[in-house]
Design a protein around this ligand. Sequence first.
Ligand code: HEM
Length: 458
Amino acid sequence: MYKWRNPKCNNGILPPGSMGFPLIGETLQLLIPSYSLDLHPFIKKRIQRYGPVFRTNLVGRPVIVSADPEVNHFILQQEGKSVEFWYLDAFSKLLGLEGESRISAAGRVHSYARGIALSYFGYESLKEKLLPQIEEMVTKTLHTWSSHTSIEVKHAASAMVFNFTARQMFSYDYENSSEKICEKFTNFLGCFLSFPLNIPGTTYHKCLKDQKEIVKMMKDMVKERRASPAAETRQGDLLDHVINDMNTEKFLTEDFIVHMMLALLFASFETTSVVLTLAFKLLAEHPSVLQELTAEHEAILKNRKNMDSSLTWDEYKSMTFTLQVTNELLRLGNIAPGLFRRALKDIQVNGYTIPAGWIIMVVSSALQLNPNTFEDPLAFNPWRWKDLDSNIISKNFMPFGGGMRQCVGADYSKVFMATFFHVLVTKFRWTKIRGGDVYRNPIIGFGDGIHIKVAGKA
Ligand code: HEM
């Protein structure tokens, strides 16, 4: 017990904090649901007690938590030097961050994976190709939603983003596919803080089983494509591109490709669907925001020669209020409790030592809910963004992370959400039927979900 509570630190002193009980550490306290958008009480209370940098133990790993802006910035810039991208054990295993074909690798491998994701989902691709495709798919999806008496938004939005992303990646034909791959992904997030105990009945066991099925399905697909290299069977999607590159990039094994696609899919739909779900909750509670949002998009239609033409890039760029709404949703959403890294060597911060091998949890969300920067921080107030200084924003608002691991899907998700709002408010009406409770455990969740009724505008 003494040894557990007083971990060794050969070089300097550890930040203050408590390591909890042997094996479980303080995991259970972090998993207690908190029914608010506020920072999880686990983090809030410890910041008050110990200051913005403290130590703890989560799922059996010693962790340093930082809610200090300077330390956070420093850690995110240390990628590949004194820290590496690392989530907790169960999650790392599921996402393929360990093993021979580690997708978390730094340097050449990492820049290849970023480059490929950006060439399909980055700014240029969105501007030149994806915007009208997103608009078409959102319109179709909302039509389908309108044919149901009730839609649970989180579930339906997850499927929408997943299907579109999977179509760009491996030409997934969601309308005609019998395999609803998306369903198998939904349990993944539950693994975020699970113990890596592979025993029937545990969350980890269930996740591992789902993951194996997905990996097998994707591996079969990669094998099938590789076995039929004829030009006429090529789809020109991300998977074809990567398979082509296997001749020149030796790290591109089938395992690596499967895990890379899995991580990209997972990163895309769980995040974007959470923000869209939160949007329905907050817009239903704040009709004046919905009113101004609708006015912005109706003005776009009025300024067109032909009201029925597709959304253009210039129109997207003109959506000032939509961007403010999106920023406010991202600020309050704080999807992940923190960004995780592993110290590769002893690191000195604020007079303390982060020992090599420890996990570092960068809690950038603490800055997004800081009342000194964002007055009345829990209020949903998109208008606040009009007056915020860009310097303050860049230092205190990091919904897409920072440094070398900054989100590659930031533009994609922003375009997706703006297009979704555009189609929703110009072509459809909706009402909330029930639900909308939010909790953090510490990941944001929506209880029984948010149920809405959608109808076409006359
Ligand atoms: C609202 C939506 C989204 C949010 C809030 C979000 C947030 C983030 C954050 C905070 C990180 C940094 C993680 C870290 O440093 O540990 C990240 C990384 C990443 N995101 Fe997103 N993301 C979103 C949408 C997407 C989408 C749509 C995609 C897919 C195209 C995507 C793909 C990725 C990838 C591949 C990384 C890892 C980048 C790297 O390691 O270099 N994200 N995201």
